[in-house]
Design a protein around this ligand. Structure first.
Ligand code: GLC
Length: 550
């Protein structure tokens, strides 16, 4: 097995981790300062969301220079020190490659927009207006609004899958691809442990650009339905693998929504372009197609189980599964997967158990180890996240009231995952001595690292215990997966087995007691349970238990 299959990864949101400069935003020195904390979580890799130079319209996912550190985070020397010190702590640094688009302030785009015949003119996706002067197609960007923006200077539109300030690169141009691979190799030379590859499903555009069937009141169609996973994309991805990843002891994990199980072999695994693939079926249960916050579909535990089991089955022979329940784009899991009013501490432990015992590499997201929940700020003006604004406006445009629109933001805003890390009960939760760029969560006085370290029953200590068990019981990393209690709509149950080693995991997502068939746990003993007085054969409400064969 490779090192990254046996490890636990931590997704770190640098802007909100620790500010050592009193400026209200996190710094690389802040990460260096907290390496002991990170290693106390038993993790072996830290995926940092982008820290390259950026105007921060989308918090770093709009990159102005791929090989420079944004001054708000510090310097390249800080970054070099982070690589070195992290290594001493047994932690590899994983960087985010944002290769579908750049910032509109990237010198490549600044040059491209000047004229139709300069060295960079074909680096982005430019098209003429329709005869009536309107956008080339009716595609709507992921953050809302048209996916096309007019450029006066060139007298043409440019395409942006995301914000206006995030123009899409033209991957059909080999010079563009070469420049991107060069940037990735720059970080490999610095000793990066892997890459998370952003929004990769959008890089290949269709040969012909056409209007799609509208799916919104304004006659637009989501760009996702028009450009995601366009045939031919795999050629680029395999080239990326050859030019960047091959021959290095790193892992790659692609953010690739909507790749079907039968395509998986070409994406991950032996003949695949990546080692792992983040797919979203289990975190997008309420969105059957595109993510439209004002139109969530109801779902139940069986749907979550089905999504997770499908991914386990699909990655049995193809590649390796990156397990996650939270990231910087998703709501906090305690609010996402449980009924309103559920005890967050119990809910957090249930998710923690599943995260650390499915087959694959767990990705723990900053703050998840504390059991943090969503923020529910009173008005849209309190939010920072660009997609929250887009989704809010879309809801209003579709006829929802302001109260309904803000309720969607409460449920799905990306800001919930991005509030400052809660280190202690002092002002600003110990995150900054300045004014935090995003308000600290209201619960910081009780939910913070310092308080949870002292409480043996805390979510933080639960995660630490689970990490130690995962290290000790190799069946949890190496064992096969098989589902148990398939029909249950309350309990997610499964076994992991390797030779005569076996583990059984029971996670009661419901708020009532459930009896367990004694045969499932015959000859097994409780390794850890989330309740103090575990009763044999019974799962208390929201109890989760790990059994190991005697
Ligand atoms: C990915 C990132 C998200 C970002 C988007 C555009 O989905 O995870 O945060 O906004 O790409 O780069």
């Amino acid at each position: 097995m490779k090192w990254w299959q046996k490890t636990i990864a931590y997704e770190l949101y640098p802007k909100s981790f620790l500010d050592t400069a009193g400026q209200g935003t996190g710094t690389i020195r802040g990460i260096i300062e907290k390496l002991d904390y990170l290693s106390s979580l038993g993790i072996g890799a830290v995926w940092m969301t982008p820290v390259c130079r950026s105007p921060m319209v989308d918090n770093g996912y709009d990159i102005a220079d791929y090989t420079e550190i944004d001054p708000s985070y510090g310097t390249m020397e800080d970054m070099d020190e982070l690589f070195a010190k992290a290594k001493e702590h047994g932690i590899r640094i994983v960087m985010d490659l944002v290769f579908n688009h750049t910032s509109d302030q990237n010198p490549w785009f600044l040059a491209s927009k000047q004229s139709r015949n300069n060295p960079y003119s074909d680096w982005y996706i430019w098209r003429d207006a329709k005869e009536d002067g309107s956008a080339p197609t009716n595609w709507r960007g992921i953050f809302g609004g048209s996916a096309w923006t007019w450029c006066e200077k060139r007298q043409q539109y440019y395409l942006h899958t995301f914000a206006v300030q995030q123009p899409d690169l033209n991957w059909a141009n080999p010079e563009v691809r070469r420049a991107l691979y060069k940037a990735a190799n720059f970080w490999i030379d610095k000793g990066v442990g892997g890459f998370r590859v952003d929004a990769i499903t959008y890089i290949r555009k269709p040969d012909v650009f056409e209007d799609g069937t509208p799916d919104a009141e304004d006659g637009s169609v989501s760009i996702h339905d028009m450009t995601a996973n366009t045939p031919g994309i795999l050629d680029y991805l395999h080239e990326f693998k050859r030019e960047v990843a091959d021959g290095h002891d790193i892992f790659t994990v692609a953010e690739a929504n909507g790749v079907s199980a039968d395509e998986l072999q070409y994406w991950v695994g032996q003949d695949g372009a990546f080692d792992m693939l983040f797919e979203f079926s289990h975190v997008n249960l309420e969105f059957k197609g595109i993510e439209t916050w004002c139109r969530p579909d109801p779902w139940e535990l069986k749907d979550l189980k089905k999504a997770l089991v499908n991914s386990q089955t699909a990655t049995k022979d193809n590649g390796w599964y990156p397990i996650f329940f939270e990231n910087h784009d998703k709501p906090r899991c305690v609010d996402h997967f449980f009924k309103a009013g559920t005890d967050p501490k119990k809910a957090a432990k249930v998710i923690g158990m599943v995260l650390y015992t499915l087959r694959g590499t767990p990705f723990l997201f900053q703050g998840q180890e504390l059991g943090l929940g969503n923020v529910k700020w009173p008005s849209i003006d309190c939010y920072n996240d660009i997609s929250s604004y887009g989704q809010y406006d879309f809801a209003i445009q579709e006829g929802f009231s302001e109260a309904e629109a803000i309720a969607c933001v409460h449920a799905f805003s990306r800001d919930s995952a991005r509030t400052p890390m809660q280190w202690n009960g002092e002002e600003n939760a110990g995150f900054t001595k300045g004014k935090p760029w995003l308000p600290v969560h209201d619960d910081y006085a009780v939910m913070n690292v310092e308080a949870e370290e002292k409480d043996p029953d805390s979510v933080l200590n639960w995660y630490r215990q689970l990490a130690a068990i995962r290290q000790e019981e190799t069946v949890l990393t190496e064992g096969d997966f098989s589902e148990l209690m398939k029909e249950s709509n309350e309990v997610f149950a499964y076994a992991r087995s390797k030779g005569d080693q076996k583990a059984v995991i029971l996670a009661n997502f419901s708020d009532h007691e459930v009896t367990v068939d004694p045969d499932l746990i015959k000859n097994m003993q409780v390794k850890i349970s989330s309740v103090k007085d575990h009763a044999e054969g019974v799962l208390a409400p929201l109890e989760t238990v790990l059994y190991i064969s005697c």
